[in-house]
Each structure stands twice: as structure tokens, then as C-alpha cells.
Design a protein around this ligand. Structure first.
Ligand code: PLP
Length: 259
């Protein structure tokens, strides 16, 4: 009989990207690389490639609930990662699912745009996430453009966005990859007032799936039992290496090399 202890299972509630650079495939690969097992529940299907998104369809709530119920009723869930939800109704569906998870860590990546800029949900989806999901998440991982939408501060600095968003969530990791400077500053804000800044060199190129890679790695690290600061540091380090080693399989963005 096999007595190997099971890998921590991370429930991923995200969209499918048929190019494989982002979405659930990114979650699966990044979690495998941490020594975790991804249990992927599909929330939405997208039509896109490495250049842009042309369409997406959010699944019926019943299908998403049925997928998650089947998994939660069987596997021991050590953490959850939320990615593209696509509609306000799907936010509510995910809230229902998360109520069944006990105190497993939850990482919320408030996805509203693809790496190439195409919409993956209206701003109202972001506001619903802010009101209903951030309060039950362990940490939210917006990039600065997403944080500005959630905070309704179109020109806000990371500090200004954090001040507006921290009342909604325990920890907030605002990533700086969308800026221009030579260095990228990623800031972890916590409700106890602490701020930790993690700085790395900016890599040339534009990447598809970097946010998915970071959020799912962070969920895996938390599921493995790391504290939030260690988990963020390790997730940022791993994600940076996947971007350093990225390749370009098409005519558009680079894909992180996660394995
Ligand atoms: N989730 C899905 C299903 C996607 O298709 C994308 C981007 O295309 C994202 C999330 C976000 O991608 P990124 O990690 O590049 O922000």
C-alpha cells in the first residue's frame, strides 16, 4: 500500500485560456511546481491567444457549484485561488462555495483584464469582488491598474489604493509590473498597518499569465503552511524566474516557463 502523504490540494476557481499561458493551465503548472495539487473548477471559457481576447462566456452557476461540490465532498482542500470570475453572479456563486472551505487560506486575484489588455469582466465585477470576496480572502493580489479600478481611484498611487481597500481585506499585495521604472516594487499591505516592499529588476517584454502564476503560487505556498510574508516572498521569486525564462510561442506576449 502507498503511504506517501498527499500533496496539499488547492481549489482553483478560474477561467480557461485556450492558449495555455494564463488561467487554469497557469494555476495547474504553478501549483505543480510548488509541490501542490491543483483542483481546477472552470468558471468561464475565453477565446484568446497570446495577442488578445476576442470573447468569453461565464458558465452557469449550477455547473460551477456542481464541479466545486464534487471536489470539496471528496478531497481535503488546503487552500483556494480565485481568478477570472467574469460576472457579478459568478462572484456570488464563489462566495457560496468558499463558505464550505472552513479556514483554508484564500487568494483572490481580481482579474478584470488579460495581459494584452482585453476585458475579462466589467468593473462592476471588481466592485462585487471588493464588497463580497475580499472580506473572506486571506490576501488579494491586484496589479496597480486593477487596484485603481477596485479602489475607484483612476490615478491612485499604491498607498492611496491600499488605504481605500484595506478596510475590505486582511492583506493586499499590489504588484508593480505594469509600471515603467527599471525596478518593480511589489507591496504587501496588512491591516495591522505593516507594509513590506519587495523589489526586483524589471524584465523586458510583456507576459501572458504572470498574475495567474503569482496568485496560484501564493495560494500553494500558504497551503503548504508558510506565513504570509514568506509565502509572498517565495511566490514573487518563483514568478520572477518564470518570467526570466519565458518563451514566445506566438506573435504576441511571452508565456512564463513554470516547469
Ligand atoms: N484568467 C484568465 C482565464 C485569463 O485568460 C487571463 C488572461 O488572459 C487572466 C486570468 C489574467 O492574465 P494575467 O495573469 O496575464 O494577468
Amino acid at each position: 500500500m502507498n503511504t506517501v502523504s498527499p500533496r496539499p490540494v488547492v481549489l482553483c476557481l478560474s477561467g480557461h485560456d485556450p492558449s495555455g499561458g494564463a488561467g487554469l493551465q497557469a494555476d495547474i503548472e504553478a501549483l505543480m511546481a510548488q509541490g501542490c495539487h491543483a483542483a481546477p473548477t472552470v468558471t468561464a471559457l475565453t477565446v484568446q491567444n497570446s495577442i488578445d481576447v476576442s470573447d468569453f462566456r461565464v458558465l452557469d452557476a449550477q455547473w460551477v457549484l456542481a464541479q466545486a461540490d464534487a471536489v470539496i465532498g471528496d478531497l481535503t482542500i488546503a487552500g483556494a485561488k480565485l481568478g477570472m470570475l467574469g460576472s457579478v453572479e459568478m462572484v456570488d456563486t464563489v462566495v457560496q462555495i468558499l463558505k464550505r472551505l472552513g479556514d483554508a487560506p484564500i487568494v483572490c486575484d481580481p482579474v478584470l483584464r488579460a495581459g494584452g489588455g482585453g476585458a475579462l469582466g466589467k468593473d462592476e465585477v471588481g466592485y462585487a469582488m471588493r464588497e463580497r470576496l475580499l472580506p473572506i480572502a486571506t490576501v488579494a493580489t491586484p496589479n496597480l491598474p486593477e487596484a485603481r479600478i477596485l479602489a475607484e481611484l483612476p490615478e491612485g498611487t499604491p498607498d492611496q489604493c491600499a488605504e481605500k481597500l484595506l478596510p475590505f481585506c486582511r492583506h493586499l499585495l499590489i504588484t508593480g509590473g505594469h509600471g515603467e521604472e527599471d525596478q518593480v516594487h511589489n507591496r504587501l499591505y496588512s491591516r495591522d498597518g505593516s507594509v513590506a516592499t519587495f523589489t526586483c529588476d524589471r524584465l523586458p517584454g510583456s507576459y501572458h499569465g504572470s498574475g495567474c502564476t503569482l496568485a496560484s503560487t501564493l495560494a500553494g505556498r500558504l497551503a503548504l503552511g508558510e506565513d504570509i510574508r514568506t509565502a509572498v516572498e517565495n511566490a514573487l521569486g518563483y514568478t520572477w524566474r518564470t518570467l526570466r525564462d519565458a518563451d514566445r510561442p506566438g506573435a504576441g506576449q511571452y508565456f512564463p516557463r513554470r516547469l
